[in-house]
Design a protein around this ligand. Structure first.
Ligand code: FES
Length: 67
């Protein structure tokens, strides 16, 4: 079940995960691609944490696959 990260733009953790899988590695890139945090801005701290956790998890998973 997806969890909404940005209510204004209807962005979920699943959207963030897909963007990371497509190559996004920073919050700025996620903002450019998805528009998260660009309306009221209330979600920015949580969205930054969600992006960092997703990038970290994806990087760790990728590293374990390449060994
Ligand atoms: S909740 Fe994300 S910009 Fe408003």
């Amino acid at each position: 079940m997806a969890m909404i990260v940005c209510v204004c733009k209807a962005i979920s953790d699943k959207h963030i995960r897909v963007a990371v899988e497509k190559g996004a590695v920073s919050f700025g890139q996620i903002v450019q691609e998805l528009g998260v945090g660009t309306c009221c801005g209330a979600c920015v701290p949580h969205a930054q944490e969600a992006v960092a956790a997703t990038v970290c998890a994806y990087t760790a998973a990728s590293a374990s696959l390449s060994v």
